[in-house]
Design a protein around this ligand. Structure first.
Ligand code: S3P
Length: 171
């Protein structure tokens, strides 16, 4: 697996694409340590992501996210799942691409809407429309990623297997 030897395997993508679940499965399959940036931020700040947004605002969250990304980029051999907005910062993208192989988990807007229906844990979905937000971000994911994997209609373990096949295919 040349693509990830000595590197991190990084999952990016919109909310609801399964980054955390697929990341966990991939870490098991590849025998690597799993780190989720949102979880790391939550632990560091001592509150959930919605609580953090409410108490300190998005800007504070983004600064914390940037620090966590920089910290993880200095490590090797991890599977890292990121928050959907990590690509908004060019420095984050540079860090992730230099230190890792970046996989974009994607799905069409209808699939994402269904998966995220009634979700109360994502502060940004409470204000902005999902389709609008997706449209604003799509090009950023495309530019940040080394490869794209479509997750629509697939269970997380199917997606994880597809990512492994992709890594193996390269030799
Ligand atoms: C965000 C996505 C969330 C979380 C925060 C902001 C975003 O992560 O980082 O609510 O800007 O898209 P998930 O993609 O894991 O839901």
């Amino acid at each position: 697996m040349k693509r990830i030897s000595g590197k991190n395997l990084v999952l990016i993508g919109f909310m609801g694409t399964g980054k955390t679940e697929v990341g966990r499965l991939l870490a098991d399959l590849l025998n690597r340590r799993f780190v989720d940036t949102d979880r790391r931020i939550s632990e560091r700040e001592g509150m959930s992501i919605p609580e953090l947004f409410a108490a300190r605002g998005e800007q504070y969250f983004r600064a914390a996210e940037k620090e966590v990304v920089a910290e993880l980029a200095s490590q090797k051999g991890l599977v890292v799942s990121t928050g959907g907005g990590v690509v908004l910062d060019g420095g984050n993208v540079e860090h992730l691409r230099l230190s890792g192989f970046v996989v974009w988990l994607d799905a069409d807007v209808d699939t994402l809407s269904l998966r995220l229906q009634g979700d109360k844990t994502r502060p940004l979905l409470q204000s902005d429309g999902l389709a609008e937000l997706y449209k604003r971000r799509e090009a950023l994911y495309r530019e940040a990623a080394h490869v794209r994997v479509d997750t629509a209609g697939k269970a997380p373990f199917v997606v994880a297997r597809e990512v492994v096949a992709l890594l193996q295919g390269e030799g």
